[in-house]
Design a protein around this ligand. Structure first.
Ligand SMILES: Cc1ncc(COP(=O)(O)O)c(C=O)c1O
Length: 364
């Protein structure tokens, strides 16, 4: 079957492009002696995580306990939960995973470390812990080197916990790759201070985990970094393209839609709206539109209602006929994938199969 025969809306991944993205990241980390633990929130599919491992990753990252369970059931090892998990039920579920798989959890508070420790102790299990610091995004993370060292000591003393290192997420660095050097050097300076404060307490800081897709290929400019966790790089999207972090040819995922109405002047409607694309803005561009229309770049996916994608065409431009198919690169691919049960993969337009988005909806 060819992708043109799929019923729409359908999410399709070009395997050749995705594999090129995976291998490029694999080559990069080997060249710079970094480890790669990609964030699987982008796809939530164990089969893709296994392809990432084959391309050089040494583990996977998740945001939710449910996602960790999906990856563990999918046979993945070395799972990092890079999120401050809170709640006894969740800590117990993590302890159950830790009995079967190597698990590392990020914390930025004593409360989380204590709760996790109690569950692990009850289960007779052990987990690595990374202390998260705030590298400038101001979302999570301890604020000073002293706080990081104090929490590291507390973790080290807690039963079931093994202090493994530190982590941060540079989600605030969205400048063009060639302009990132000062911000990355600043993060390197924070790392230097924190690692030296931790070492002064007699602890080893083996892992320094960071990374994102916008900073992926500049990671070697962060002194002290040992591993990176990009997620979006597997597919890329309009936001990564708009920021100059990839080319359109590197965008592996498209949403196929059909024009279902062109009755209104200068407009047309496609059969995917906010329940197909997600309403994320084009934050790396002029904030207009919800995707890049590959066949009609002059048109804008101007608005989304639940099941209607509203296209606007420039005055005088030819409009597509009803029944015409278009392919659209979404603004934010992670949120888009999370709206679909199944995504299709193809080579050269020939559908080879589909993946179930196994971690979809696993928000607890
Ligand atoms: C903690 C953490 N690590 C890694 C990533 C991956 O970053 P990106 O989406 O830029 O690939 C994210 C993304 O939200 C994140 O929150």
């Amino acid at each position: 079957m060819r992708i043109e025969e799929l019923e729409t809306p359908a999410v399709v991944v070009d395997l050749d492009v995705m594999e090129r993205n995976l291998h490029r990241a694999g080559d990069y980390i080997r060249q710079h002696h970094l480890q790669l633990r990609p964030h699987t929130k982008t796809h939530k599919i164990p089969a893709i995580a296994r392809m990432q491992i084959e391309a050089g990753a040494y583990g996977v990252t998740v945001a939710k306990v449910g996602e960790a369970e999906v990856m563990a059931e999918g046979g993945l090892e070395n799972i990092l939960l890079a999120y401050p998990v809170f709640g006894e039920g969740k800590w117990d579920r993590l302890a159950a995973i830790a009995r079967k798989r190597s698990l590392t959890v990020a914390v930025d508070s004593a409360a989380t470390a204590e709760g996790l420790s109690a569950s692990l102790r009850r289960a007779g299990a052990e987990a690595g812990v990374l202390v998260e610091f705030d590298a400038g995004m101001h979302r999570c993370g301890v604020q000073t080197a002293e706080e990081a060292a104090a929490l590291a000591v507390q973790v080290d003393r807690a039963p079931g916990l093994r202090f493994a290192g530190i982590m941060f997420y540079p989600g605030h660095i969205w400048s063009r790759p060639e302009e990132q050097a000062p911000a990355l050097a600043g993060v390197g300076e924070q790392i230097r201070e924190i690692v030296s404060a931790v070492r002064a307490q007699g602890l080893d800081c083996a892992v320094v985990s960071g990374g994102s897709t916008p900073t992926l290929y500049q990671s070697h400019q962060v002194p002290g970094l040992t591993e990176i966790r990009p997620g979006t790089y597997v597919f890329n999207d309009r936001n990564e393209w708009g920021g100059g972090f990839c080319s359109l040819e590197d965008c592996a995922l498209r949403v196929l839609v059909t024009v279902v109405s062109n009755a209104v002047p200068e407009r047309a409607i496609v059969d995917g709206g906010s329940k197909t694309f997600s309403g994320d803005a084009w934050i790396s561009g002029d904030r207009k539109g919800y995707g890049y229309i590959v066949e009609r770049p002059e048109a804008s996916l101007e608005a989304l209602t639940e099941e209607h994608g509203h296209l606007r065409f420039p005055a005088g431009a030819a409009k597509p006929r009803v029944g015409e198919r278009l392919s659209i690169i979404p603004n934010h691919v992670c949120a888009c994938v999370n709206m679909h049960d199944e995504i299709f993969y193809h080579r050269g337009g020939v559908v080879e199969g589909s993946w179930k988005v196994a971690g979809r909806g696993r928000v607890r």
